[in-house]
Design a protein around this ligand. Structure first.
Ligand code: DAH
Length: 345
């Protein structure tokens, strides 16, 4: 056995592999399952006890010799592949990766957030699943109001005997107003963007999911003039100076008086088209002075404080700003639409 080891050791010492493949063959030859080391081990096992001690030592040294050889060249061949990286031409043109674009709804929302935060409004968010109190009752919806009807609201939990126990997907962001007033005292000046849900037939003009931004300003001596001026500023900033607006009287349970605001149709410039139903005007928001009942429901002294509120439909605005004719396009993620917003920030 010792003779054999001597012979193999000389072979190992002389061995100089030229590449990783030769080294691997060498490893298999000596250390593989049917390799030389195992072969020697079989002989070793058969030796008489007293010879085992010295033979074992020699076997060990032999194994270390093989392993060291492998280690030495392994490093060498690995650093060769590192050299290959060093030789790589980094000035070659790379694979181009395409940058995405903001979704038009996100674009408009970002602009709305910027416009209102510039005049001191903070941004507040609320949950998309709401209880009856925050979505309806505290907002002064009478118990028999049609908006509580199954047709308009996606209920999650419905109690036919006691509607105050209902849970639903919020039908508007006005629910966040309630949360804000419940937990804070005036002065309050916030906008509340978010997704809302209505059980409506999907068409070019309406969808069961859309986005709103709620606005609320409560303080001493807040007047309807403040409301008009704030919204007027908002429209000039978003659509450009000189954009005409008009207010029409309206009704909402949570505001008194209430109004809706129209802007001049951007598609036809006011001359009439299918988007504005040939009226020249497009409705973009509802607004009004917060009903004193709502203030009281939320723990705010309605004798001391007044406030205004508004609710803007984001898709409606985006359709007007970007001349998108069908609300369903916002939810289809068609690249032909989305790619057109690459240059916007
Ligand atoms: N919540 C109303 C809706 O979804 C929009 C609205 C109207 C919000 C008037 C308001 C408001 O805050 O004062 O149709």
């Amino acid at each position: 056995m010792q003779e054999k080891i001597k012979h193999y050791s000389a072979e190992i010492n002389a061995f100089e592999p030229k590449n990783a493949e030769e080294l691997e063959n060498f490893r298999i030859q000596f250390l593989g399952r049917k390799g030389i080391l195992n072969e020697l081990f079989e002989i070793f096992k058969a030796l008489p006890g007293e010879e085992k001690k010295t033979a074992g030592k020699i076997m060990n040294e032999f194994k270390v010799l093989i392993e060291q050889k492998i280690e030495l060249y392994k490093e060498k061949f690995e650093s060769v592949s590192e050299n290959a990286i060093a030789d790589f031409d980094f000035t070659l043109p790379g694979d181009s990766s395409e940058l995405g674009a903001r979704h038009p709804v996100s674009l408009v929302l970002k602009q709305i957030n910027d416009i209102f935060t510039r005049i001191g409004f903070t941004i507040v968010k609320g949950p998309q699943i709401e209880d009856d109190k925050h979505n309806f009752t505290a907002l002064n919806f009478p118990l028999d109001h049609p908006a509580r009807d199954m047709q308009d609201t996606f209920f999650i939990q419905k109690d036919d005997n006691d509607p105050t126990q209902d849970w639903a997907l919020r039908t508007h962001t006005s629910s966040v107003q309630v949360r804000l007033m419940e937990n804070n005292q005036p002065p309050l000046r916030s906008i509340m963007p978010g997704r809302v849900f209505r059980n409506e037939a999907i068409s070019a003009r309406s969808h069961c999911i859309f986005h709103q931004v709620e606005g609320l300003y409560v303080d001493e001596n807040v007047s309807f003039a403040d409301l008009k001026q704030t919204l007027y500023y908002f429209v000039q900033e978003l659509f450009g100076k000189g954009t005409e607006v008009r207010f029409r009287p309206s009704y909402f349970p949570f505001t008194e008086p209430s109004a809706e605001m129209d802007i001049q149709c951007k598609n036809c410039g006011g001359s009439g088209c299918n988007i504005c139903k040939y009226s020249g005007w497009v409705e973009i928001l509802g607004c009004g002075m917060v009903d004193p009942n709502v203030l009281e429901n939320c723990g705010i002294d309605s004798k001391k404080y007044t406030g205004f509120a508004f609710g803007i439909g984001i898709e409606r605005l985006a359709m007007n700003k970007y001349k998108i004719k069908d609300i369903r396009m916002f939810f289809e993620n068609d690249m032909r639409l989305l790619k057109q917003f690459k240059s916007e920030i």
